[in-house]
Design a protein around this ligand. Sequence first.
Ligand code: TYM
Length: 327
Amino acid sequence: MQRVFSGIQPSGDLHLGNLLGALVKWVDMQDDHDAIYCVVDLHALTLRHDPEELRRNTIELAQLLIAVGIDPERAILFVQSHVPQHPQLAWLMECTVSYGELSRMTAFKDKSNRDGTKFISAGLFTYPALQAADILLYDTDFVPVGDDQRQHVEITRDIAERFNSRYGDTFVVPEHVIPPAGARVMDLQHPDRKMSKSEEGAGTVNVLEDFKAVEKKFKRAVTDSDMEVRYDIEAKPGVSNLLSILAGATGGDPVALADNYEQYGPLKADTATAVIELLRPIQERFAELQADPAETERLLKVGADKAEAIAAEVLARAKTNVGLLQG
Ligand code: TYM
């Protein structure tokens, strides 16, 4: 069976962009792939954080992933820092990627230019090397991600190809899987910016959000003044975003869905309803899981043991090929 790997950071609240851009596919792909999913807590250390919040976010995110539909019996679900091979392979990756390549990463440029960012950690810069390690440690064929991670998967491929050509066939070269609708969910108030964990407020819809608030946010979503429902990201970013969200939530096609609407009001109302129906079972299941964190911790431990068995073999292969003596 072909293998799928993906990861998500336990920083901030899970939002609609994460759900439609990545998690819907994670759930889908676990049925006919050997699926491995990871809460990437080491990545969350690259920006200033509160330790207590990180602990809470990590367990909650694991519970949310299960609530969304990741089945820890079928997929391997684990926390990155529980598998020491990730930072170990990351060093080999850092020595295989160049300063110039890392400098071109748009995620680094965005995060290091963010207002108020005074301290830019070295980890934020070398982050893609750790992400490459995450992916390559599992002989991954496919990486389901949102559009903003495209560049990180590309650099992972470049690193894998370079390592293979320098040291002999070692890593599987992975491909990204980006969903047809919802790959880039935009902020409802600023449809020129992607919805993100760092932008709390009226433009972000969180997975655990109260339904009344969800309705209100869609009602107030920014559109435009020409009153035509048409999918055109350049000319009509707000309306196109609503159509993409509706398509992502219902499995439809944003261009075709536009034909069903003549006014913005009904489009906003239907999108809100579709999102609420998507969130309802997730919120119910999350509430059950939240009552028993010890069970989640047990499942994560089982996941980490399974992940480590695979990662240890691949790391040993990489160490041997690069010329390190086995200890
Ligand atoms: P993260 O934690 O920022 O986001 C998790 C997933 O959600 C997707 N996503 C979006 N999709 C559509 N619209 C949006 N507005 C939106 N915002 C986020 C992301 O594309 C991602 O798929 N570097 C990664 C985590 C990572 C990883 C990995 C991913 C670490 N190692 C290995 C894949 C494989 C990140 O920060 O994602």
